[in-house]
Structures are given as C-alpha cells and as structure tokens.
Design a protein around this ligand. Structure first.
Ligand SMILES: Cc1ncc(COP(=O)(O)O)c(C=O)c1O
Length: 468
C-alpha cells in the first residue's frame, strides 16, 4: 500500500491526482530525487491550487508547504496520536534516512479483536491453485499434503483432516469405541467442545480439577476419579501449555485407558521433546480462525495407529467402505475438510515456527511493559515447550476483572476472560463429583490478551492496557 501513496516532487498535478485516485486515501507523500520525504499533498490541496490558476501540468513541488506533519517509525503511539486529528487524518512515517516506510492513520473507532489470522505467506497462492484446479470439495492434493505434513510436524505417522476441532474429538471417541456406559475424564477448565463431544458419543463425562502451575488437567485428580467404568481421558493442552503427559500415560497404561489429547490450543507444544498429540491414541487439533494456524474452520486427528487412521477415514466419510463405493459398514458422518481449507492450512504450516517465534516476541513485549505485581504470566515448566497461543495472564486481586474488561472494550480492545468452569454450568454440573478449587480460582482472574502479528497494533494495545 505504501508504494501507492508516494509521488515524486517533479510529478505533475495530474500525475499526482492519478496516484491519489488509485490509492483512495486522499493523500500522497512527496519525495525528492534521493527518495527523502519533502512534503505531503491532499486532493484538497490540488483542488485549491487549480482554483488559483495553477495548471494540471505544473509540478507538485510548487504547491507543497515547507512545513508539514510527519512521524518517525520509531515514535511512540501516543506521540503520533497527538500529531493527528479529524483534519490531519494520515501522516507519513519515515526511517532515519527520511525515506517513507509506513503511514499512521487517525481512527476514531479502533477495534482490536483478540486474534487476527496472519495470511501473508503462500495462503493465497495455494488457495487460488486449489480453486483453479476445480478440486474445491473434499478431494484434492492439498488435503493429502496437509495431512502428511501436519502429522509429521506433530511427530505422528497419520493425519486425518476434518471439518473442525470439535468433530476431531468426536471422531476420535467414536473410532476408539467410546459409547454409552463408558466414563471419560475431562478437565474443568476447557472449552465446552471437550465435554460436548463426550456427551454426543453418549458416554458420561467426569469432570476433574487442573494443576495450579500448568493450568492443565491434574493427574492426581484423574487417578482419584477412575472407576471400573472409566474408558478414556481427554487431557487438554490449555492455552498452549502441555499437560504432564508422562504421568498421564503411566496412569492410562496402569488402568488400560484410552487417551485422546485435545491439542486445539497447542499446535507444536512439547513434553520432553515430543510434540503434543503424539502421546495418546489420538491427538485432536483445531484450525479455527483464532488458532496458531488456521484453515478458517478445520481440524485434524493425528495418530500412530494405522488401524485408527483407517477407521477415522471411513467414519469421516459417511462410513463408506474404502474398497466398495457406496457400501456402508458403519454409521458414519460427513466430517470432511475441503481442498480449499487444506491449501490454506499447508501454507500456514510452512510458517508455523516463524509464527511461534513472533508470538513469543509479543508475549515478551507484554511482559516488559505490564506491571509484574498486577499481571502474572503463564509459567514455563521444565521439560515442556509452552507455545504462545493467546498471551494468558492472571490478574492481581486489586484489579476488578469485569471493570477492567469493560474499560478496555470502551477503548476498542477485546480481551477474553478464561473459560468458566464447566462444573458451574447447569448442563454439566452433574458430571462433577469433587470440588475443583484450582479451576475456580484461575477462571475468576484469568485473561487472554490480544496476540497479534502486527507490532504497531501490539504497541497500541500494550499502552492502553498499561494506562488503564
Ligand atoms: C480446548 C478446545 N477444544 C476444542 C475446541 C474446538 O475446536 P473448533 O472450534 O475447531 O471446533 C476448541 C476451540 O476453540 C478448544 O479451545
């Protein structure tokens, strides 16, 4: 965009009018022969010049003012904000050499959602390629490529794409034969998809508390909750943190339980150098728009079992036999992902480590600026690689979270309170037999902060958070 806003001092007014017409911003930044900023010109300036009998072929350098407003790219948000108003709405931003590198815009109603997907890699290229191939439905080369690459990334042999993270968990439960009469242990602190899918498979969820340090399901609570009916555990790697997988797997082996890892918020997180999703029988991922990598809507089950892989492929495709078309041996579902979604996913996956690096950087930035006595950041635990999904903090008692959230909303910043304990909701209460004090404590004071790939936005958000 910035290139479309720059004109040369020797350009004629008609040439500059064309530039302004094309950029649709009402302004052009004028640079001299050595590309240094020497002025700004708006469509209004040109109109006024023409009314004073200056010709369309006259050079723009003859009408620009000696004094004009600009900023340096390193200037703080507040100082830039002070330089603009309803009259001067856009100013150029320059580097040390006074070359134009960006612009700053007056926005009355800024809105910062919690997350914005970054689609700056090969997403559009692959998407148009899939589109042009006409394989826009649930067959096509991108599906296989995305399954192969993502399962490899997650230290698993097989990957089965599906429509979203919720059905990924449902597919896993059905493939593992979980059904009526079975009990499945889930954490109290999670997104309800974890428990809903257990209920959809007609099994009985058993809600247990989480650990104080990791915020993930507490293995001690899992063991306490085991009965002869227990068939499976769903550890949720919450907010990018890995569960204590070695203890959970020991418990699962001891009691012969299936393990379905809910990795919706933890793509690439590790325990003991191994990726989450590769410990249990099946790992389930979400690629919703706010996740570390996205396909818009989408999900994937990863596994090291060829049998489970085959079962899930059949189940996601209406239960149709792989050897006899339109012959159905099991009651299946339509849980397929499209080639278009997989094309976006593959491009996202190519940059996943860069995305992780950027996100960690933003978390560090928040940490630097927000007071330690008011914001306790999510902990890093030895032997685990925590990834930054949404930067997550616990607010000090001195901050009233609801008031804080309301004030931030007034400033256009959307933050997310932690999930409510499942056990507090009428529809799930009956599935929680023991108290869950840790979940309740975290849920009351936890906040997910906007986590972006735009540094300027991060600056603005951090400053507003700190000031409030
Ligand atoms: C922990 C957890 N599990 C499951 C899901 C479900 O994923 P989806 O929204 O793709 O269905 C989410 C999604 O937000 C989640 O956070």
């Amino acid at each position: 965009m910035i290139n479309k806003m720059i004109c040369k001092a020797n350009d004629s007014l008609i040439e500059v009018m064309k530039i302004i017409n094309e950029n649709a911003m009402g302004i052009a930044f004028v640079v001299d022969e050595s590309n240094k900023l020497c002025g700004t010109v708006t469509d209004g300036d040109i109109r006024r010049a023409l009314l004073k009998d200056i010709g369309l072929q006259d050079k723009v350098k003859n009408i620009i003012l000696k004094e004009f407003t600009f900023g340096y790219i390193t200037d703080s948000y507040e100082s830039l904000q002070k330089r603009i108003d309803h009259r001067i709405k856009i100013i150029p931003l320059v580097n040390k050499q006074k070359e134009v590198v960006d612009f700053f815009e007056y926005k009355q109603n800024v809105y910062f959602p919690v997350a914005i997907p970054n689609l700056n890699g090969n997403e559009f290229k692959y998407l148009t390629d899939a589109f042009m191939s006409t394989w826009i439905s649930s067959s096509g080369e991108y599906i296989e490529r995305f399954e192969n690459e993502f399962s490899k990334y997650s230290d698993c042999k097989y990957g089965v794409t599906c429509s979203n993270g919720t059905v990924a968990i449902h597919l896993a439960l059905i493939a593992l034969g979980i059904s009526e009469g079975d009990e499945v242990i889930v954490p109290d602190l999670t997104f309800p998809a974890t428990i809903n899918t257990v209920l959809h498979s007609k099994a009985t969820p058993v809600i247990v508390d989480v650990e104080e340090n990791s915020w993930c399901i507490d293995p001690k609570e899992i063991e306490k909750a085991i009965t002869p009916k227990t068939k499976a555990i769903i550890p949720v790697h919450i907010y990018g943190q890995s569960c204590d997988m070695s203890t959970i797997m020991k418990i699962a082996t001891k009691y012969n339980l299936k393990v379905i890892e809910d990795c919706a918020e933890a793509h690439g997180a590790m325990y003991g150098g191994k990726k989450v999703g590769s410990f249990g029988d099946i790992g389930c991922f979400s690629f919703f728009g706010n996740k570390v990598i996205t396909t818009g809507e989408g999900g994937m089950c990863v596994t090291n079992s060829v049998l489970l892989d085959e079962k899930m492929r059949v189940l996601r495709d209406h239960g149709m036999s792989k050897t006899k078309k339109y012959w159905h041996d099991v009651i299946g579902y339509n849980y397929r992902m499209t080639n278009l979604q997989a094309a976006i996913g593959l491009a996202q996956l190519e940059r996943i480590e860069e995305i992780h690096k950027n996100r960690k950087e933003y978390e560090k930035n928040y940490k630097k600026l927000l007071p330690k006595d008011k914001f306790a950041f999510q902990q890093d635990i030895e032997n685990r690689r925590r990834i930054t999904w949404l930067v997550s903090v616990l607010l000090a008692k001195s901050i009233d979270r609801e008031v804080y959230i309301t004030k931030l909303k007034e400033k256009g910043i959307d933050v997310r309170p932690f999930f409510y304990p499942l056990s507090d909701m009428d529809i799930y209460k009956q599935y929680c037999k023991n108290k869950t004090p840790v979940t309740h404590k975290l849920s009351k004071v936890g906040l997910n902060l906007p986590t972006y790939e735009s540094l300027k936005s991060m600056d603005e958000i951090r400053n507003i958070l700190r000031d409030i």
